[in-house]
Design a protein around this ligand. Sequence first.
Ligand SMILES: Cc1cc2nc3c(=O)[nH]c(=O)nc-3n(C[C@H](O)[C@H](O)[C@H](O)COP(=O)(O)O)c2cc1C
Ligand code: SF4
Ligand code: SF4
Length: 353
Amino acid sequence: MAAPLLIYFFSGTGNARNVAHWFAETATGRDIPAKMIDIAGTDRKNIAPPPPGSLVGFVSPTHGFNYPPAMMYFIFRFPLSRGNRAFLMNTRAGMKLSKWFVPGLSGIALWLSAIVLLLKGYRIVGMRSIDLPSNWISFHPGVKEKVVESIYAHCKRITVTFAGKILSGKKVYTAFRDIIQDLLISPVSIGYFFVGRFILAKSFYATDACDKCDLCINSCPVKAIITVDHRPFWSYRCESCMRCMNSCPKRAIETSHGYIIGIMCLLNIWIMMWFWQLVSRFITIPEGNGWVETLLTITRWGITFAVMVISYRIYHYLLRIPGIRQLFYYTSITRYRFWRRYKPSGTMISRLS
Ligand SMILES: Cc1cc2nc3c(=O)[nH]c(=O)nc-3n(C[C@H](O)[C@H](O)[C@H](O)COP(=O)(O)O)c2cc1C
Ligand code: SF4
Ligand code: SF4
C-alpha cells in the first residue's frame, strides 16, 4: 500500500483549496489515501505529527511575495520529520493577456518554507507555483468569469501533471526557474509583512448595505473580524485573504482608498517631515555615527505604527457619522459596479465558510 498523502492548505478565496483538491483527487485516482487539512481549522499549537513515511504537502496563496503569516506560523510549528517527504506549492496572481498566461511572483514564499522544512528533517521532493487568477480586489477589479474559467482549466492540467510526477516518486523543482526574480524581490516581502498588516488590512469597512448577518465574522479563516459599535471591525489578525470582501452577500465590504491615501500616506509623510525637522532642531547627527541614525529611524517607525493603530480606531469611530461614512464611501473605488468581486471557478466561496 502506498504511503498516505496529507495536504495542509490555507486559502482565502478558494484557489489554493482547489489546487490541494486537484492534487488529492489525483492521489485517490491512484488508490493513494489522501487527506486535506485546512490549517485555519487546526490548533496550530498542537499539530499532530504526520504518519512515518507519509508524503506531506503545503499549499497556500502568496501574499506580498511570501506565504501569509498564518501559513508560515503553521510551518514553523510543524512537527519534525519521521522519514517524510514534502512538497510545497503556492498559488499566485495569474493573469491572461490575449492568449498568454501571465505568471505572478513568489518571492521567498517557497524558499523560506523549504529551508524551515529541510531543517526539520523533511526531504523536499517538489516545489511548484500555480498561477490562478489574482483575488486582490483591493487593487484591481475581479477577473472576468470567462478568463477565470480559462486560467482554471490551464492550472488544473499543470497541477495534475505535477501531482502525477510527485506521486510516482519523481522530484520536480519547477520553482527553480524563478529563483533570480524571487531573490531580487525578496526584500519587498519584509516590507509587505508590516505594510500589509498595518495598512492594507486596515482599509476594510462595512457600508450601510450591511445587514449584520455575521457571515464575514463566522467565515474569516483567522477570526479577525469582531463587532465594535454594532459594526464589523477588522483586527490586526487579518491576513488580507479577501474572503470577506469577496463573499459578503450584500456587497457591503469596501476598501477605503480615501482612508489609505488620505490618512495613512499623507499623514505619514507629514509625520516624517515633522519628525526630522524636530530632530534637526535639537540634535546634530555627527558624521559617520550610524547608530544614532538607526535609533532615530526606529523611533520614527515606532511613531508611524502608533499613528496607524490610533488612526484606525478614529477612522472606525468616524464611520458612525453618516456624512463622514459617505465621504469614505465615495472615495472607495471598489464601490463602483464595474469593480467586480472575485469568484473562483468551481468552488463557491460560501462553501469555504
Ligand atoms: C494581500 C494579497 C497579496 C498578494 N500578493 C501576491 C504576491 O506577492 N504575488 C502573487 O503572485 N500574487 C499575490 N496575490 C494573489 C494571490 O496570491 C492569488 O490570487 C492566490 O491564488 C489567491 O489564493 P486563495 O484564493 O487560495 O486565497 C496576493 C493577493 C492578496 C489578497
Ligand atoms: S457579510 Fe456583509 S452583510 Fe454580513 S455582516 Fe459582514 S459586512 Fe455585513
Ligand atoms: S478579515 Fe477578511 S480579509 Fe481578513 S483574514 Fe478575515 S476573511 Fe480574510
